[in-house]
Write a protein that binds this ligand. Structure first.
Ligand code: LLP
Length: 416
């Protein structure tokens, strides 16, 4: 559930503010987030495991705006990061480094050093060379690095191939068959402290079964390690819980968590870590865009809007379907439109074959744009990136200003 609703006057609002008002005040394209929705989604995870030792580590990559991170930090959230950049954002936003887990296959020595100095909760290590590097960096600092190994359980997450990460041919994690051997190596390195086990099998999962299969495999591995004297204190099940873009019916966090808890059996003292990104942020944001022109032809109708693939690349990159709705629905005959942006690429579309009744100047809201929206935007075609607004009740906060044109080339140079 979210707080973007049509009001009795027929117009779409974000919490207690009309989206038309925000578009007029801040221009379009415009990302609008709802604080109440972010909080509701985060709390849904937290409450789902409230009676069990746990930490919700929001996956920063989904939406890394410091305003968003600050809202979650105030709830006591942990954070899953994949770069020093994300780590610095968390710190800037008031996040607690002791609640940070560091994922990713390519951590540099510089990134490791910074994370060690800040005292993060855990490094989610993805390979043996990474173990060796981390041990080296920690020993140079005279510190011990807390580590988890990301295990690739080889389960099919049944999602889009680009966002499926738990299969044998993905670059992520350590193959299940080699896990014990790699844990032995980690255990033997003097500047590492084995504390956890993690996995992340993919994103936008709408079925619980792959999560449960992966968890069962990891719990068996935790038992094997225990017999060797390697004690795992936390199990990090990653992110991946899907959301409703169209008609998907993903499990609720409470359903997902109770299915997981039911598998724990003797592992009831195992701390559970979740790394949700999309499930918290996607439906807490919309992208507002205005219709510039309508182009009706015998073959097809196009609505040329002012948002483009540089603002929201999910439709182009993953053929992702996102709901596009009028902010002020109008009476009249609907036509079938492709909604396209101004970028010079055939792949520049936000939605295809949508039944809408439109006129130039109309305002549209692209739903579910709070995750993997702004963060994946670019300056392609020398377009400035959109502004971001956080609505909190009847107040709107600018959490990122619209980029200005001159900023785009301020770090570039003419030849002497
Ligand atoms: N943890 C790890 C280690 C991850 O790699 C990811 C996402 C997450 C957590 C968060 O997953 P979530 O709860 O958001 O599904 N750009 C794509 C999604 C890429 C996800 C990458 N990893 C999209 O727009 O669909």
């Amino acid at each position: 559930m979210d707080y973007f609703n049509y009001q009795p006057n027929g117009q779409l609002w974000a919490e207690d503010i009309a989206l038309t008002e925000l578009a007029e005040r801040y221009g379009t394209p415009l990302y609008v987030y709802s604080r109440a929705t972010l909080e509701r989604h985060w709390n849904a995870f937290d409450q789902a495991v409230i009676d069990h030792p746990h930490l919700i580590c929001y996956a920063v990559k989904a939406n890394s705006n410091i305003g968003v991170l600050n809202v979650l930090a105030r709830l006591g959230s942990g954070f899953d990061i994949v770069s020093q950049g994300e780590l610095e954002r968390v710190i800037t936003a008031g996040g607690d480094p002791a609640k940070v887990v560091f994922s990713g296959v390519g951590k540099t020595a510089v990134e490791m050093k910074r994370a060690l100095e800040l005292g993060i909760k855990c490094f989610n290590v993805e390979s043996e060379p990474e173990l060796e590097r981390l041990n080296q960096v920690a020993s140079e600092l005279g510190l011990v690095a807390p580590i988890s190994l990301r295990i690739n359980p080889d389960v099919d997450a049944q999602t889009h191939p680009y966002i499926s990460t738990g299969l044998r041919d993905n670059k992520f994690g350590i193959f299940f068959e080699r896990a014990v051997e790699v844990y032995r190596l980690a255990h033997s390195l003097p500047n590492l402290n084995v504390v956890g086990m993690d996995c992340h099998i993919g994103s936008q999962l709408t079925n619980i079964d792959p999560f449960i299969d992966a968890t069962d495999r990891l719990l068996a591995l935790i038992d094997t390690l225990k017999a060797e004297g390697i004690v795992i204190k936390h199990l990090d099940v990653g992110g991946g819980l899907g959301v409703t873009y169209n008609e998907e019916q993903p499990p609720l966090p409470s359903e997902y968590a109770s299915a997981l808890l039911a598998r724990l059996g003797e592992h009831s003292d195992l701390e559970l870590i979740f790394e949700p990104g999309r499930a918290i942020a996607a439906n807490a944001g919309v992208l507002l865009t205005r219709v510039e022109f309508l182009k009706h032809t015998d073959y097809k109708n196009f609505a040329i809007v002012d948002a483009a693939m540089n603002d929201l690349i999910r439709p182009t990159l993953y053929q992702a379907w996102q709901n596009i709705v009028p902010v002020v629905p109008r009476e009249g005959e609907a036509k079938t439109y492709d909604l396209v942006g101004p970028i010079c690429e055939t792949g520049d579309f936000i939605g295809k074959d949508r039944e809408l009744c439109l006129a130039p100047g109309d305002l549209l809201a692209v739903r579910s744009a709070g995750a993997y929206g702004f963060v994946m935007s670019s300056n392609y075609n020398t377009r400035t990136r959109a502004a971001e607004i956080m609505v909190d009740g009847n107040t709107a906060h600018v959490v990122r200003e619209r980029e200005k044109l001159a900023e785009l080339w301020q770090s570039e140079h003419l030849l002497p």
